[in-house]
Design a protein around this ligand. Structure first.
Ligand code: PGA
Length: 252
């Protein structure tokens, strides 16, 4: 049985003071929920978030990581730094990073290795653009992102990994994928992982859907056999809506 995981990607929102307030509110609303709950604030609010979440069922993740552990890489943040702060997760290869910051499957692969070196659980984002979907390339794009970004792992690492299938056209647009389309892509991703690392590892890997997830549509995704939770952007900035997503997911 895979334990569902609901993660909030705050993107470039919330100061430390705002993060503290949001997590304080969230703790009241999601205490005891039988799903894993993760919040991913900006780097500058991580310390405040870890302190605010202490003693609760909320874990903290970063939104990115650099692939080396230290060195002359101005502006970058490494795995050991995130680990020391108390982070447990790290989003890698979000489509906004691929689109605006030149991330590729090759950099994703190096970052996944770096996260595991520091005992952080990667949440690796994959998904097609609108043009790719319209050209019928959705599964091919996912195949390449999985094979190239998630190569050279051990089956044990794959069993601990989280993948987020996020169609780019669904992110921040209010237009979510249907449960059926998300299941098709996510089931396919699991089959690719099984071909690469074996059935047992693939069956343990948790795969989320992301892209305009809201309290109103989370149940549609949780009802699908291969969907193990959600990566939530906009709706994770409001404690009421994020808690509604968490608590609905916990009911399934
Ligand atoms: P959204 O973002 O929920 O605002 O669509 C999802 C994401 O970017 O992870």
């Amino acid at each position: 049985m895979r334990r569902p995981i609901i993660a909030g990607n705050w993107k470039m929102h919330k100061t430390s003071a705002e993060a503290r307030r949001l997590i304080t509110d969230l703790k009241q609303l999601v205490g005891g929920a039988q799903v894993e709950v993760v919040v991913c604030p900006p780097f500058t609010a991580l310390a405040a978030a870890v302190a605010a979440a202490a003693g609760s069922n909320i874990s903290v993740g970063a939104q990115d990581i650099f692939w080396e552990d230290e060195g002359a890489y101005t502006g970058e943040i490494s795995g050991p730094m995130l680990k020391e702060l108390g982070c447990r997760y790290c989003i890698i290869g979000h489509s906004e990073r691929r689109q605006y910051f030149g991330e590729t499957n090759a950099t994703v692969k190096k970052k996944v290795q770096a996260a595991f070196r520091s005992e952080l659980t990667p949440i690796v984002c994959v998904g097609e653009t609108l043009a790719e979907r319209e050209a019928g390339q959705t599964l091919e794009v996912c195949r390449r992102q999985v094979e190239e970004g998630l190569g050279d792992l051990t089956p044990e690492q794959v069993a601990r990994l989280v993948v987020a299938y996020e169609p780019v056209w669904a992110i921040g647009t209010g237009k979510n994928a249907t449960g059926e389309d998300a299941q098709e892509a996510i089931g396919y991703i699991r089959e690719r992982l099984a071909a690469m690392y074996g059935r047992e590892a693939a069956d343990k890997c948790r795969i989320q859907y992301g892209g305009s997830v809201k309290p109103e549509n989370i149940a549609e995704f949780m009802a699908r056999p291969d969907i193990d939770g959600a990566l939530v952007g906009g709706a994770s900035l409001d404690p009421i809506s994020f808690a509604a997503i968490v608590n609905t997911a916990a009911e399934d």
